[in-house]
Design a protein around this ligand. Structure first.
Ligand code: ADP
Ligand code: ADP
Length: 225
């Protein structure tokens, strides 16, 4: 059984003359342990697809089956629960809170989790160590490099032990060296069994993934292995 089955997903924004067909019938299976790049021109529907995969948005039509459960008819509250327990998001500009320390930023997803303070601290320190930034835990984001901040953002995405990591242009704000380092982090996580999907414009980054899904005009054009 695939972790994710997407069947003929469509997404339309607006209506009448403002209508935009962002997705026009996407079919996609994602297996546990996949490492997928989503590539394609600007405006082709990549972010819309990622948002639907991460339960941030709902498709207008089609089926989304996650871990064997049909999700498209779930109520918003149940979707939020899905999002919080199954998905870790990473975005291009890290989206860290400026006046929180790195430790506090990584802790945010755990703020309402039913986990003891001791366990939270243990998990956060473990992840900061894995990401090689344990010595930065009491620093603010502005005191870290772009690559270090992106590592902190990945630690934050992992702190709830999600089934899947979704990343929208995770290397978009980084130079080549930092970008390669972040891809090494993803590769290591994938080797340990994490399922990862990243949107990228960078062919080099795409080629470091196991598969590339090319999206064009709201449809899957090609899947390259
Ligand atoms: P990509 O990530 O490939 O650049 P997007 O998924 O962001 O593409 O956008 C696909 C299309 O949907 C574009 O035409 C975009 O303008 C439109 N779109 C995206 N989000 C919205 C929104 N919230 N409201 C209206 N149109 C949107
Ligand atoms: P919560 O109130 O959500 O349970 P806490 O604020 O108690 O979370 O923090 C969880 C744990 O992390 C506590 O053991 C706390 O002492 C520790 N902690 C909080 N901030 C830091 C920090 N900057 N560096 C190291 N440990 C911290």
């Amino acid at each position: 059984m695939s972790l994710i089955e997407i069947k003929n997903i469509k997404k339309t924004y607006g209506c009448g003359e403002n209508e935009v067909k962002a997705l026009r019938g996407i079919n996609l299976n994602v297996d546990k342990g996949d490492f997928l790049a989503i590539m394609g021109p600007s405006g082709s529907g990549k972010s819309t697809l990622l948002n639907i995969l991460g339960f941030l948005d709902k498709p207008t039509e089609g089926e989304y089956i996650f871990n064997g459960e049909k999700t498209d008819s779930l109520k918003d509250a149940k979707l939020a629960k899905y999002r919080n327990s199954h998905v870790g998001f990473v975005v291009q500009n890290f989206a860290l809170i400026d006046d929180y320390t790195i430790f506090q930023n990584v802790k945010v997803p755990l703020d309402y989790a039913h986990v003891s303070s001791k366990e939270k601290k243990k998990r956060i320190e473990y992840l900061l160590k894995i990401m090689g930034i344990e010595d930065k835990k009491n620093k603010l984001p502005k005191e870290l490099s772009g690559g270090q901040n992106q590592r902190a953002a990945i630690a934050r995405a992992l702190v709830n032990s999600p089934d899947i990591i979704l990343a929208d242009e995770p290397t978009g704000a980084l130079d080549r060296k930092n970008s390669d380092e972040i891809m090494k982090v993803f590769k290591k996580l994938n080797d340990e069994g994490k399922t990862i999907i990243i949107i990228t414009h960078d062919e080099r980054v795409g080629s470091m993934c196991k598969k590339i899904v090319y999206i064009e005009d709201g449809m899957v054009k090609e899947i390259e292995k």
